[in-house]
Design a protein around this ligand. Structure first.
Ligand code: ADP
Ligand code: MG
Length: 233
């Protein structure tokens, strides 16, 4: 069977920083193909370049060298405007800290991205994404009335509302206990399987990381190892 075209393709991706007279090679020549519907985890010790890599894939940062293609479109040489356009609707983000607005309800937090995208709010659609993350009964709650695991589910629903093709999560379980962390990964798996979402997730947690389809381990800004995870069908 022919493999579908990669939805993310990185070639020779580098991100170097100058710190005084030295150069920090945060990312130092990464080649990576990610296929639609795949769940990939990025492992590696602190400082190995995980955040740098996902920030580049997210188009939040620009590589020093190398090329990046999203859904067949090269994004490395785009202007800010074109970059924003390429990201719009294509990418959803989840962070270690949930970044919910404390004075907005769960439903309002989830709907916030639609405002920036100038898309209409549709309560039925909001309810549908809340159901996907198991929070259909929390729409009217405020963030402070939720547990950490529930707050991260709200952040996932907020990432899903614009119907992205790729979800990028940087240490999404870093602030959660084991049970909640496990549940978030199970949810990610379900989203990949049932909706064909592509998921890129960084984690410190080896056991959780290996639940993905494929596990990439970084060291000093390079891919040290690439192996199948337990998620493989
Ligand atoms: P990880 O997410 O795996 O912990 P990072 O991608 O955050 O690693 O960082 C990789 C390396 O790049 C680290 O040595 C870090 O100190 C360095 N780095 C990250 N961001 C910057 C920056 N803005 N300026 C200088 N060095 C940075
Ligand atoms: Mg990091």
């Amino acid at each position: 069977m022919m493999k579908a075209e990669a939805i993310v393709q990185a070639r020779g991706l580098k991100r170097h920083y100058r710190r005084g007279s030295e150069t920090v090679k945060a990312l130092d020549g990464v080649d990576l193909d990610i296929h639609p519907g795949e769940m990939i985890s990025i492992l590696g010790p602190s400082g190995s370049g995980k955040t740098t890599l996902v920030n580049l894939i997210s188009c939040l940062d620009v590589p020093t060298e190398g090329t990046l293609t999203l859904a067949g479109k090269p994004v490395t040489d785009l202007s800010e405007d074109r970059l924003a356009e390429a990201r719009r609707g294509m990418l959803g983000f989840i962070f270690q800290k949930f970044h919910l607005i404390p004075t907005l309800t769960v439903a309002e937090n989830v709907e916030l991205p639609l405002m920036f995208l100038k898309r209409p709010v549709d309560r039925a659609a909001t309810q549908a994404v809340l159901q996907q993350v198991g929070l259909e009964n929390r729409a009217g709650h405020l963030p402070r009335q939720l547990s950490g695991g529930e707050m991260q589910r709200v952040a996932i629903a907020r990432a899903l509302i614009a119907r992205p093709r790729i979800l990028i999560a940087d240490e999404p379980t870093g602030n959660l206990d084991k049970a909640n962390g496990d549940a978030i990964f199970r949810l990610f798996r379900k989203l990949c399987r049932e909706q064909g979402l592509t998921l890129v997730v960084t984690t410190h947690n080896l056991a959780l990381g290996h639940e993905a389809d494929r596990v990439i381990t970084l060291e000093d800004g390079k891919i040290l190892r690439e192996e199948p995870g337990r998620g493989v069908k």
